[in-house]
Design a protein around this ligand. Structure first.
Ligand SMILES: C[S@@+](CC[C@H](N)C(=O)[O-])C[C@H]1O[C@@H](n2cnc3c(N)ncnc32)[C@H](O)[C@@H]1O
Length: 329
């Protein structure tokens, strides 16, 4: 079976690019997939590299159950962690420091949610049908989308919708939500979508994309603290990597990509600097210097036109990759 073919009706985004850039530094190394999802990427790596072992992290229990079934043929090569990836990597980094956990040679993130969430979860991610306004990946998230919509201060709602949704009508939408919730609590996706539809100009109301799409995206990001988790999780993951280990991040939102770009930039070193600490004459061995990154993608890699045509969900993807130098074996 080709390892780039989709199964379970799920098409992993930029799979060929991830396989091209994330080459295991050692044949039997450990890979951590921070966003296992339906294991599209992970199964391709496990099938291509028979010595590879994997830890698959996902906050969503239902999604992870599907991944477990899919990865069953790989047996003890795979371990599952049903947690948010920032919590996982922060704890894992402490174990690595203490010498009780193995440094991964590969780390992959494919941020956001999957088609499963929109089509099958019934948890309020979708604008089709009518579902409870939840949007939590894990029941451990403290607040649902309905909690935010009904309880947040109007100005905070505006900030979330305009920043995370990049919604030009955020002001009108947050005003309408604040007005309508006084009449009755907003608990369903259909009611929220109707409120938004009734607020935006008619040109937008009947446009190409549903007028509530950006607000729904914004609420999902806020409910799951997606950006904060990327910031904390990626920083900890970089510290965990083995010398020569590679981290790849696929982002779908400009704010996600910005976090990756800035973190990579803040750790970026030229290859030689890893061998000579500044102002020191004697070279210090690689591995003892501070953790740095050699950025392998000067600009983010984007999906090819034929991938976007075959899988429109990939159209906003941006892929950045960096290699770890210094900071421990
Ligand atoms: C885009 S999907 C990944 C798809 C996967 N690469 C594949 O090929 O099947 C993102 C997955 O990451 C999970 N996720 C998103 N944010 C997370 C976080 N902060 N911690 C753990 N899992 C997260 C979601 O539940 C979802 O299953």
């Amino acid at each position: 079976m080709s390892d780039t073919k989709p199964t379970f009706g799920h098409v992993p985004v930029m799979l060929a690019d991830t396989l091209e850039y994330l080459v295991p530094p050692k044949p039997d190394c450990l890979m951590i997939d921070g966003t296992l999802g339906l294991a599209g990427h992970s199964s391709a790596f496990l099938s291509r590299y028979p010595g590879l072992r994997l830890i698959g992290v996902d906050a969503d229990t239902e999604v992870q159950a599907i991944a477990r079934a899919r990865l069953e043929p790989y047996g003890v090569r795979v371990r599952f962690e049903n947690r948010y990836f920032d919590d996982f990597f922060i704890e894992y980094a402490a174990q690595v420091q203490a010498g009780t956990a193995e440094r991964p040679g590969l780390v992959l993130f494919d941020f956001g949610v999957s088609m499963f969430h929109f089509r099958e979860s019934g948890r309020g991610f979708s604008l089709q049908g009518d579902e409870a306004l939840d949007m939590r990946l894990s029941p451990n998230a403290p607040r649902t989308a309905a909690d935010l919509v009904n309880e947040l201060d109007e100005r905070e709602l505006f900030r979330i919708i305009s920043t995370y949704g990049e919604e030009p009508f955020a002001y009108k939408i947050s005003q309408a939500i604040a007005r309508e919730r006084r009449a009755a609590r907003i608990d369903s996706t259909a009611r929220l979508a109707d409120i938004i539809k009734g607020t935006v100009p008619s040109k937008v109301r009947y446009g190409r994309i549903h007028p509530a799409t950006r607000t729904f995206q914004a609420l999902r990001i806020a409910v799951n603290d997606e950006l904060g988790r990327i910031e904390r999780g990626l920083a900890a993951a970089v510290e965990c990597l083995a010398e020569g280990g590679i981290v790849g991040c696929i982002s779908f939102h400009s704010l996600e990509d910005r976090i990756v770009k800035l973190l990579f930039r803040s750790k970026a070193v030229k290859r030689e600097r890893a061998y000579f600490k500044e102002e020191q004459e004697a070279p210090i061995p690689l591995g003892e210097a501070e953790r740095g990154l050699v950025v392998l993608t000067k600009r983010p890699v984007e999906p090819a036109d034929d991938e976007v045509a075959a899988n429109p969900a990939s159209r906003s993807a941006k892929f950045r990759v960096a290699k770890a130098v210094g900071g421990g074996q």
